[in-house]
Design a protein around this ligand. Structure first.
Ligand SMILES: Cc1cc2nc3c(=O)[nH]c(=O)nc-3n(C[C@H](O)[C@H](O)[C@H](O)COP(=O)(O)OP(=O)(O)OC[C@H]3O[C@@H](n4cnc5c(N)ncnc54)[C@H](O)[C@@H]3O)c2cc1C
Length: 352
C-alpha cells in the first residue's frame, strides 16, 4: 500500500499505491492517490476532495476489465467497496463492491433465474452495467431494473432506470456517451423465483441433451466448467489464466465483406462463423479470425502470450508490462486486418 496518507472525515487518501495487484492482469504502475469507499458518503467525499484539487478521478471495481499503463495513474483511484445485499421479493439491491460471482451463486442457490449463465465472471457488481456483461446467452441488461450512482457532473446521487443506461452489446452510457460521469454505488436486479434456466447457447444445450429441465444450479455449474476448460475462470497462481478476459470484441461488419473473408480463409461463405446483426451487418467470431490469421492458442514467446486454452485471452506469464501487451495487441490487430480487412477492437479498458 501507499507510503503517505491523509485522513478526511470519512475516508483515508493513500498515496503512491501500486495498482497491478488490483487487476486480474497484474500489470500497471502506481496511483498518485487511492481511496477505498465503503459508502455513498465516502464516494461523495472522495469526489469532492479530488474536484477541489483539480485531480482526475477514476472508479475501480475488481480490475478484471482493466489495463493500466506502466507509469500508473496521475490522479485518484476510487475503489468502490460498498457492500450489502438486500432482498425485496424477487428484487435484489446489491452494493457495487460486492463480488459478482458470489452474488450469482447466491441467487442460483436460492432458485432465482436470470443470471445463471453469468456464473464465473470475475469483478464487482458495480462493474457489470459498464460494459453490459454477457455470456452464454444472457446479459446483465436483462435483469437490471435500476441503479444508484454518484453523478460527478451534478455532484449528487441519482437513480437511473434500465432504459436510461443505453445498454447494447458490451456497451452502455457508462463506457460511451457518459464515460467518466457516474460512479455506480448499487444495482437493483429483478429475477424470477423458480424461473427456467436460459439454454440458448449451443455449448450448454449439448451438455443437457436428453435432460428436459436442468436446474439453475446445474446450468451455472456447467457454465463454470465450460469457462474453466476455456481458461476463462481465474485460477490463482496459474499464469495461463492471468488475463483481462476476452481481449477483442466480436467485430460487426457489412454482410458484403463475407465473400472476401471466406476467400481469405479458403472456406465457403457459410463456413464463416457469424450471427446476423441486422441492418445488413453480421457479427463475426474474433477467435476464428485470430486462429485463421495464425494467432492460435499459446501463441507468443514473451511475457504476454495467448492463453493455451482460449484464443481471445492475452495472458501475463510473469513480469509483463503494458508495453508488452500493446506490442502483442498491435501484432494481432495488424495481422488480422492484413488477412481479412477487419479491424479488431480491444474489449478491456485502458486507464491512463
Ligand atoms: C477471466 C475473465 C473472464 C471474463 N469473462 C467475461 C465474460 O464472459 N463476459 C463479460 O462481459 N466480461 C467478462 N470479463 C470482463 C470483466 O470481468 C467484466 O467486464 C467485469 O464486469 C468488470 O468488472 P470489474 O468490477 O472488474 O471492473 P473493472 O475492471 O474494475 O473496471 C472496468 C471499467 O468499469 C468501470 N467501473 C468499475 N466499477 C465501477 C463503478 N462502481 N462505477 C463506475 N464505473 C465502474 C471502471 O472505471 C472501468 O472503466 C472477464 C474477465 C476475466 C478476467
Amino acid at each position: 500500500m501507499g507510503n503517505d496518507s491523509v485522513t478526511l472525515k470519512n475516508v483515508t487518501v493513500l498515496e503512491k499505491v501500486p495498482l497491478a495487484e488490483f487487476t486480474t492482469f497484474g500489470i500497471g504502475g502506481p496511483a498518485r492517490y487511492f481511496v477505498e469507499a465503503k459508502s455513498e458518503a465516502d464516494v461523495a467525499e472522495a469526489v469532492g476532495w479530488a474536484a477541489q484539487r483539480g485531480v482526475r478521478l477514476y472508479p475501480l471495481g475488481g480490475g478484471s476489465n482493466l489495463l493500466i499503463l506502466d507509469e500508473g495513474f496521475d490522479g485518484l483511484i476510487l475503489k468502490v467497496g460498498i457492500l450489502g445485499v438486500k432482498q425485496d421479493g424477487e428484487a435484489f439491491d446489491v452494493g457495487a463492491g460486492e463480488d459478482w460471482d458470489a452474488f450469482v451463486e447466491r441467487t442460483v442457490d436460492n432458485e432465482f433465474a436470470g443470471m445463471e449463465c453469468l456464473a464465473g465472471i470475475p469483478g464487482s457488481v458495480g462493474g457489470t452495467p459498464v460494459q453490459n456483461v454477457g455470456a452464454y446467452g444472457q446479459e446483465v441488461a436483462q435483469t437490471i431494473a435500476s441503479l444508484r450512482a454518484f453523478d460527478t457532473r451534478a455532484g449528487e446521487m441519482v437513480e437511473l432506470h434500465r432504459w436510461d443506461c443505453g445498454f447494447r452489446y458490451r456497451e452502455s452510457i457508462f463506457n460511451t456517451t457518459e464515460r467518466g460521469r457516474y460512479i455506480v454505488t448499487g444495482v437493483r436486479f429483478e429475477l424470477a423465483k423458480h424461473g427456467a434456466p436460459t439454454l440458448s447457447y449451443a455449448d450448454l444445450q449439448k451438455r443437457f441433451v436428453g435432460q428436459s429441465t436442468p436446474s439453475l444450479k446445474e446450468v451455472a455449474d456447467a457454465v463454470r466448467d465450460i469457462r474453466r476448460v476455456k481458461g476463462m475462470v481465474i485460477e490463482q497462481g496459474n499464469p495461463d489464466t492471468r488475463s483481462a478476459g476476452s481481449f477483442f470484441k466480436n467485430p460487426v461488419v457489412d454482410v458484403g465483406l463475407l465473400p472476401s473473408i471466406a476467400g481469405a480463409a479458403c472456406v465457403a461463405v457459410d463456413a464463416v462463423p457469424q450471427w446476423d446483426a441486422g441492418f445488413g451487418k453480421t457479427k463475426l467470431a474474433a477467435a476464428w479470425l485470430l486462429e485463421r490469421a495464425g494467432f492460435v492458442k499459446g501463441y507468443g514467446s514473451g511475457p504476454v502470450r495467448i492463453s493455451s486454452r482460449h484464443t481471445l485471452a492475452l495472458t501475463n506469464r510473469g513480469g509483463a508490462t503494458f508495453a508488452d501487451v500493446l506490442g502483442m495487441q498491435d501484432e494481432i490487430v495488424t495481422g488480422v486486418e492484413r488477412k481479412f480487412g477487419v479491424r479488431l477492437e480491444r474489449e478491456p479498458v485502458v486507464l491512463g
